[in-house]
Ligand binder design. Structure first.
Ligand code: GLY
Length: 351
């Protein structure tokens, strides 16, 4: 039996049979207000609102409802944002690192087999989640980084391209010109907002097919203007993404360092395994981050958001910061059409 067959056999066992009976799906009651909506039929979920949600979920949903493969569905949906130069937080057009170079991170996880693949600090390839899928399917490894990941992508027919769009280059230049008043760069022209927040983005995409199998992807260009080589949570299995076919899927967006520190997505799935609803599990993961930072006297001036989908199709999301105008959102497409759900948040975002 090779490693993958072993994992396949392992995941074929019910989780209940692996846990002491006391821990196997204890009946925890969830207050009505923390129950999320339940998607019906095959479903594609993503961590965006209306603007991107429909564009992203549709191609994956079409694949799922026309007899296509679950992994093709989540990949095609995630590729929509990766290939769109208008989005400055994922794939082509993403904000570069401090040297002006776009470095991308992505991961993919297949529920039924527990197989996963990831790439980090990948340069020049527009669709990092597709490379992550090749790592999962065509190697015995889980993560490739930097030059090695790029060489591997080229071997599989991916083209090296310039990922830095004019829009992203100008945003980077403004940032560079205003780093310090003691360097040799002139300040950017009047009217430019130098104090704009560091740009973060990322997208999580999950699929649940008619058989009840789950898969997920997280893909990002990471923290804007990051130190070259910085890797966030998105390609780290258990941090930016986790899928367990017996329980559900979870993914994170926002400040990746906090999500790595808490292994956030694994924590959310583990909480759902113990009986929490997706909303409750996402809320508890946010609370854990806040609690750790508060204990260390770190101000909560950053955001993290979790989205989750359980095996029954129940959807949830929660963030640390939010407001009435900008609550955390999760979108999905199912038998009943396209939907957006607004989750809760812990702390009111300052205007
Ligand atoms: N959550 C994306 C990142 O921190 O890179």
């Amino acid at each position: 039996m090779d490693r993958r067959q072993f994992l396949g056999a392992l995941t074929g066992l019910s989780v209940g049979s692996l846990l002491p009976s006391r821990l196997a799906f204890p009946a925890i009651r969830t207050s009505k207000s923390m129950r999320g909506p339940v998607a019906k039929g095959p479903v594609i979920v993503c961590s965006r609102g209306k603007e991107w949600g429909e564009k992203v979920t549709r191609p994956g949903y079409e694949i799922l409802t026309h007899g296509g493969h679950l992994l093709d569905a989540v990949e095609k949906s995630a590729n929509v944002v990766e290939l769109d130069p208008e989005d400055v937080s994922v794939g082509y057009g993403g904000i570069p690192n401090e040297d002006g170079v776009v470095q991308l991170d992505a991961s993919i996880m297949d529920g039924p087999t527990h197989n996963c693949g990831a790439v980090a600090a990948l340069e020049g390839i527009k669709t990092p989640c597709s490379v992550a899928r090749r790592v999962m399917e065509r190697t015995d490894h889980i993560m490739l980084v930097g030059k090695g990941a790029q060489r591997f992508a080229v071997m599989h027919g991916f083209k090296i391209e310039n990922l830095l769009t004019e829009k992203a280059r100008l945003l980077w230049l403004k940032w560079k010109e205003n780093l310090s008043d003691k360097d040799d760069w002139f300040p950017a022209p009047e009217g430019v907002d130098y104090n704009q927040k560091r740009i973060t983005g990322t997208i999580n995409v999950f699929g649940l097919d008619a058989k009840g199998d789950l898969a997920g992807i997280t893909t990002t260009s990471g923290l804007g203007f990051k130190i070259p080589g910085r890797v966030g949570d998105s390609p780290i299995i258990g941090a930016g993404l986790y899928v367990d076919n017996e329980v559900g899927a979870a993914g994170a967006t926002g400040r990746g360092e906090e999500v790595i520190r808490t292994l956030g997505s694994f924590y959310v799935v583990q909480l759902m395994r113990e009986g929490k609803s997706p909303n409750e599990a996402c809320k508890l993961a946010c609370e854990r981050i806040v609690e750790i930072n508060k204990r260390n006297g770190v101000p909560i001036d950053f955001n993290d958001k979790f989205i989750a989908l359980n095996k029954k199709g129940e959807v949830g999301c929660y963030s640390i910061l939010g407001s009435k105008e900008r609550p955390p959102r999760v979108a999905w497409m199912d038998d009943k059409g396209f939907h957006v759900y607004e989750g809760g948040y812990l702390i009111e975002r300052k205007k």
